[in-house]
Design a protein around this ligand. Structure first.
Ligand SMILES: NC(=O)c1ccc[n+]([C@@H]2O[C@H](COP(=O)([O-])OP(=O)(O)OC[C@H]3O[C@@H](n4cnc5c(N)ncnc54)[C@H](OP(=O)(O)O)[C@@H]3O)[C@@H](O)[C@H]2O)c1
Length: 249
């Protein structure tokens, strides 16, 4: 298939995990992809992996100022967008007594404030028919201990997809959420858990996935491409859950 021939797609957090897999899938279908991330070395590596149809831009997607800088940089290159995958996010887990204001702010900046102001800044660059997909999480749907702040932040983007679809539909733009269950990516090393706690958490999570395995980044990417393509034009302001049944059975 080549659903994204002549299309330009922005992916925040495209240097690793689900974002990188989505970038590869869009390019495989003819798309030109812009990826962002904070770490320059990771971006360089991703640029090499993705090749000439990718542009890597260092940008912190958790800050409104850098959202505006990104929009300015794209405008300077005469780039307009057919799809945006707001994928970058922070996952730090802690039980209630250990949650700090810093953890709250870092999580909400990366997962809610950042995506909101990215959409605001990028709106003038969106072509008619453009699709925005925000990366959520099934943590918004389940009561997993220690996930309270992360889960609340991911619940917020389900609401944003609805209200911002209502506001942007007159411009031909729709917003949806993909909500992954557990997916094997480097994210797990960033949860703030030591090796033993990480292993115990992984085993505990695995025991709750009905299909008996973690998902792959490619399985999430395929839903992102579906939501980004005109074939899903009737899917507006909602969420597709891709979780091996974890939040459903
Ligand atoms: N893996 C899972 O099981 C799972 C499940 C549900 C939802 N999700 C969601 O999927 C998304 C991607 O996670 P992943 O598992 O693919 O993680 P990952 O492999 O750790 O990749 C995260 C990517 O986002 C970038 N990023 C993080 N914070 C950023 C920021 N402030 N500005 C710009 N880029 C930033 C990272 O690059 P830099 O660090 O260099 O900036 C990296 O490219 C997240 O929103 C996460 O909540 C993941």
């Amino acid at each position: 298939m080549s659903r994204f021939q002549t299309k330009t797609i922005l992916i925040t957090g495209g240097s690793s995990g689900i974002g990188l897999a989505a970038a590869q899938a869009f390019i495989a279908e003819g798309g030109r992809v812009i990826i962002t991330g904070r770490d320059a070395a990771a971006l360089d590596k991703a640029q090499t992996t993705l090749g000439a149809n990718a542009i890597a831009i260092q940008n912190d997607s958790g800050a409104p100022d850098s959202a505006r800088e990104l929009a300015t940089a794209l405008k300077a290159k005469n780039i307009t967008l057919d799809a945006v995958f707001l994928n970058a996010g922070a996952a730090r887990f802690a039980p209630l007594p250990d949650v700090t204001e810093d953890l709250w702010d870092a999580t909400f900046n990366a997962n809610v404030k950042g995506p909101f102001f990215q959409i605001q800044a990028l709106q003038p660059l969106l072509n008619r028919g453009a699709s925005i997909v925000i990366n959520g999480s099934i943590n918004a749907r389940i009561g997993m201990p220690s996930s309270s702040v992360y889960a609340a932040s991911k619940a917020a983007v389900i609401s944003l997809a609805k209200t911002l679809s209502a506001e942007l539909l007159p411009h031909g733009v729709r917003v949806n959420v993909v909500s992954p269950g557990p997916v094997q990516t480097p994210l797990y090393g960033k949860l703030g858990l030591d090796a033993a706690a990480l292993e115990a958490t992984a085993a505990q999570i695995l025991s709750q996935i009905p299909v008996g395995r973690f998902g792959t980044p490619e399985e999430i990417a395929s839903t992102v491409l579906h939501l980004s393509a005109p074939e899903s034009a009737f899917i507006v302001g909602t969420e597709i859950i891709v979780d091996g049944g974890m939040s459903q059975l």
